[in-house]
Design a protein around this ligand. Structure first.
Ligand code: TXA
Ligand code: MG
Length: 317
């Protein structure tokens, strides 16, 4: 792929207008959401969407999430069951993606859905993403703005490190608050189920619906087409549930432990989620070859953190 100049845009009126123009011209813009930075393109434009796959080096069977400004816009593209509407009312805008039946003739590129008859959609809760979606006025396909298989970006600097020269622009909106990707709920079948743990805890979804939801238990069985086992991989090896750190290891702690980096010294899972990807990026920058991670409680945002850490620790090709 030939290199292009990547423009860094401010998150102000001019920057947002420039970013929307890039979408209209079929280009790629990375932008902040409350979860992680997304790499966006016009979801109706085949060539633009193909550029996302090329820039990320992403396998083409992996469908993308479409970002929309509000629930009203979602109705233009998808069928929404009662359950979907309840979840949307409770958690959008926010860190939840719904997989919904795609309407015929919705105009979404087949490269976005990878040929599926469902569409993953999300209304992000971030002022820059909201302003950009409003200015553009169309559906924006956006996976996380990292090379495929690598750590997701929570700052503009992470995006530039991974994709500079491959994308047209990035809107620098600072650090993402949530820090892990959205929770994906499949609402296309008779029973809703969770395809990916993420920024909205499972417990909150269950409380909203008044029912237990099936969750991904074993990372070796991909439930979502893009849930590859080895993912989020830092350069070094990763050892999980470490109750002590060996001399050759770089410790990534949680709670009151003595470690080079600590996701949350006070044991706060929300803080740990927000720090997770930035600290994995830092471990790369430090040249850590053997990373050992403290045990993380498996509830609330801990589930999303453990899901990402298992994939970071998985055997690689
Ligand atoms: O927080 C997030 O969700 C971020 C920000 C940018 O919004 N986006 C993100 O996108 O994480 P991505 O592409 O890295 O992950 C999308 C996941 C993949 O695992 C993909 O397989 C799944 O969503 N997915 C997309 N469409 C689907 C569908 N129709 N059915 C099932 N899974 C789907
Ligand atoms: Mg991703």
């Amino acid at each position: 792929m030939s290199q292009i100049e990547t423009v860094i845009l401010k998150p102000d009126t001019n920057g947002i207008a420039e970013a929307a123009l890039v979408f209209w011209r079929g280009g790629l813009v990375a932008f902040p959401t409350e979860t992680v930075y997304g790499l966006g393109a016009d979801a109706r434009n085949d060539v633009a969407v193909a550029k996302i796959y090329a820039a990320k080096g992403r396998p083409s069977f992996n469908p993308l999430i479409v970002h929309l400004a509000d629930v009203a816009a979602v109705h233009n593209y998808c069928e929404m069951s009662d359950v979907a509407q309840r979840l949307a009312a409770a958690f959008w805008p926010g860190a939840m993606t719904l997989v919904l039946p795609l309407l015929q003739d919705a105009g979404i590129s087949k490269l976005v859905t990878a040929g599926l008859d469902t569409l993953a959609v999300r209304v992000p809760d971030h002022v820059v993403a909201q302003n950009l979606l409003a200015e553009f006025g169309g559906p924006v396909a956006a996976p996380s703005a990292n090379p495929s298989g690598r750590i997701s970006p929570t700052t503009a600097a992470h995006v530039i490190a991974g994709l500079s020269g491959k994308i047209d622009a990035i809107v620098d909106g600072g650090t993402c608050g949530v820090g892990v990707e959205s929770t994906i709920v499949d609402c296309s079948g008779p029973v809703p189920c969770i395809l990916r743990a993420g920024g909205i805890p499972t417990e909150a979804l269950e409380a909203c619906l008044g029912m237990a939801l099936a969750t991904p238990s074993d990372p070796t069985t991909p439930t979502s087409p893009g849930q590859l086992l080895s993912h989020y991989a830092p350069q070094g090896s990763v050892r999980l549930n470490a109750r002590h750190f060996d001399a050759h290891e770089t410790g990534l702690g949680f709670g009151a432990v003595d470690a080079q980096l600590n996701l949350s010294p006070s044991g706060d899972l929300v803080e740990a989620a927000a720090n997770l990807f930035a600290m994995l990026h830092r471990l790369d920058a430090m040249g850590a070859t053997a990373i050992a991670v403290s045990p993380i409680p498996d509830h609330g945002l801990g589930r999303a953190i453990n899901d990402r850490l298992k994939r970071a620790a998985a055997p690689r090709d």
